[in-house]
Design a protein around this ligand. Sequence first.
Ligand code: PAF
Length: 291
Amino acid sequence: MEIFSTVADIREWARQGRGAGHAISLVPTMGALHAGHASLIRAARDSRGLAAVSIFVNPTQFGPHEDYARYPRSFDADCALAEAEGADAVFAPPVEELYPGGATSPIATFVDVEGLSNRLDGASRPGHFRGVATVVAKLLIATEADRAFFGQKDAAQVAVLRRMVTDLRLPAEILVCPIVREPDGLALSSRNLYLSPAERSQALALSRAVRQTETLVSSGERHAVVLIEAAQKIFAAERSSFAAEPQVRIDYIELVNWATLEPVETAAPGSLFAVAAWVGATRLIDNTILG
Ligand code: PAF
C-alpha cells in the first residue's frame, strides 16, 4: 500500500492505475478508522480496480465550538487497518494541501448544496454540509475517482453528496454501504470513543428508536407523527431511568424523503427515518431507510 500526501502524487497514481485499465474507488474518511470504515474499504476493494482511502480531518465541516481539535487521530493504526482490508493507497494530505489559502481564508472556494445543506444535521450544524461537500469535491477531483463509498449512517451527507455530484456533473458514482453496529445495536462511530460507560448505555436509545420504527413500519404503520412520537417515548424512558446521570437529548427525529431531505407525512419505500441526539457532550446519529 502506498501513502501519498499531495494532490499531484495521488492524481499521478490514479492516472497510472487508470492507464493500466483499473477503475479508481475512493473511501473518504477522517481517520479513527473502525469496523464501519473497514466494511467500506472491503466494498471498494471488491468493486475491482484500485482502492484509495483518504484520511483527512476536514476543518471546514466543524463549527467553531465543535470537536475539530480533539477529534481522534490515529494515523499509524488507520494505515494498518486500511492495508489489512486491502487498500492500495492512502491519501493523507496536510490541511494546506487541500486548502491552499487556509481553511478560514476570507478568499476561498466552497461547494454549497443549497437547500439540502440546511436540513437535518445541517440545521443544527450550520456550515457542516458546505464543508463536507467542499472537501469531497476536492477529494474526487484530486483522485479522479470513478466511485466513492460512504456509510448509510451518514444518510443526509449521502443525499448532499449525490446532489453535488449530479449538479457538478462529476463522473463519480456515490455508493452506500449498510450501517455497521455493535452487538447491542449501537451504530459504529469514531465519536463513540468519547462516551463514558453511562453515556454508552444511554446512547442505545438511538438504535432502539430506529429498530422500533422498523418494527412499526413492518407491522403496517406509515404515519410520520406516530413513528416520531413512538421514538420520542424511547428517549423519554431513557431519560427517566438515568435521572442522576448525563442526559440524552434529542436533536431531531424526522421522517424525510432521502433525496430531498424534506419531511414526509407518510412513510414510503426509500423514506429516511433519521435520529440525532446529544448524549452528554457527544452528538450521535442513526437512521433506517424504510423498505
Ligand atoms: O463521513 C466522514 O467521515 C466525512 O464527513 C467525510 C465524508 C470524510 C468528509 O470529511
